[in-house]
Design a protein around this ligand. Sequence first.
Ligand code: DGY
Length: 329
Amino acid sequence: MTARMKPPVLVTKKLYPKALELLQATADVEYHDSRAGLSADRLLTKAKGKVGIVCQLTDKFSAEVLAELPDLKVLSNVAVGYDNIDAAAAAERGVLVTNTPGALTETTADLAFALLMAAARRLTEAERFLRDGKWGEWYIDLLCGYDIYGATLGLLGMGRIGQAVARRAQGFGMKVLYHNRTRLDPAVEDALDAKYVSFEELLSESDFVSVHTPLTPDTRHLIAAAELSRMKPTAILVNTARGPVVDEAALAAALDKRTIAAAGIDVFEREPEVHPGLLAVENVVLAPHVGSATIATRTRMCTMAVENCLAGLRGERPPNLVNPQAWKG
Ligand code: DGY
């Protein structure tokens, strides 16, 4: 590459224009201007020869795919989660992998709370009931749900998003329990009014369990039949993290048998497929992975991903590097 040549970069899917323009000012961009992702074969073909790639959570970069991309220097994911990328394999090849933490914290926490409230108060079920013309007369137990105010919220995972949900819970007078790989600093626990408990205690004591862990081999099916059976029959499960953290078949069975009361689910094991058992029950509020879906947040995520990519291409350590072993600077 001569000094005047722009580095070749692939953008795998539609981006917000501001971010794209920022990238185009510095890089020679091949833009797949589509909301539909590339097939694995086309992704690989287009990725070959690129030094930077701005990708999304539907693009899979396994060790095998990365082995085919010897020119790649930076792989910039437009998401905080990066389970679509084998970041360790990338590090072995010196490929910097980046994500977008912080940009979507509050927005995702808003959706977790929205699902929690909608599931507790049976909101989507109530709307279906009304639209289907079933509302004949008011009666005492019409669509009764569960109180949020004063209830116990169990946060599984207490990173940025878990903590943002805890702050929302304070406004609802909730008692907050949490379980995390590492315990928070006591000052942070105090500020959030959150109590560290074992995983088992969190399951058995919480009225609401909200999942905020990344997807790793350790967290796959962290909530399966045994864990669901430890929850209260009145408990509600919320998942805005990653689908495979919850065993969907077990959740569908628990909802059907009412061994837990309800759920609010934004992420699924095999997106965009949804387990038929979840579609069949009334006591679950379902959303199509929209936790960070506001215009402002998605714009910020795109810009952040481009800034990460550009920093790596300039030979600087990207601000949001997730595989620091790859950094040889
Ligand atoms: C993420 O960033 O990981 C979300 O799932 C998509 O915004």
